[in-house]
Design a protein around this ligand. Structure first.
Ligand code: CUA
Length: 167
């Protein structure tokens, strides 16, 4: 008895090869983006209690704003989004010098909001109980507005702030 040969139609075989090549290409592209170019996906950084995050004196969001880590180079920005008592971000304005890396820690004390910084690739959800973290380098001077991108009530459209990057 001779061993049975599996017959694969050439058309089918070609698609199998094509699929395998595509998988390798995608895996390579994702690896290069993540490890080579340092492109990160914003992830939940820590959990907080949305009922006390804005008032607890130990919470950085009880005094939201900029923290200087390395003068002129590295900053942390604690930003609170809320719909009550009114739709806004705290703080509404930040100023950093050009060339700064700013790590944003954003959370909400009530409903779900969004956080998108125009002319950057920052665009993420702000979920009550979670902290969204992302680092952005501001190389060019200018004004970068941040806006809410998740519908959060009648004041959604007026929820914005701005980052001034000075030369
Ligand atoms: Cu906050 Cu929409």
């Amino acid at each position: 008895m001779s061993a049975q040969k599996i017959h694969v139609h050439p058309f089918e075989r070609n698609w199998m090869i094509f699929s395998a090549i595509m998988l390798v290409l995608f895996a390579t592209a994702v690896s290069v983006a993540a490890f080579g170019m340092g492109i990160q996906v914003p992830g939940p950084e820590q959990r907080v209690d949305p009922r006390t995050v804005a008032t607890d004196p130990n919470s950085p969001w009880s005094s939201p704003g900029l923290r200087e880590i390395v003068p002129g180079k590295k900053y942390d920005a604690y930003i609170l989004a809320h719909a009550l008592p009114t739709w806004e971000y705290l703080p509404k304005e930040l100023t950093v010098p050009a060339g700064s890396s700013v790590t944003f820690y954003v959370t909400s004390s009530d409903v779900q909001h969004g956080f998108k910084i125009q002319n950057t690739n920052a665009n993420f959800m702000v979920i009550p109980g979670q902290v969204s973290k992302l680092t952005i380098k501001f190389s060019k001077p200018g004004i970068y507005n941040y806006i809410c991108t998740e519908y959060c009530g009648v004041g959604h459209g007026v929820m914005y702030g701005s980052i001034t990057v000075t030369p």
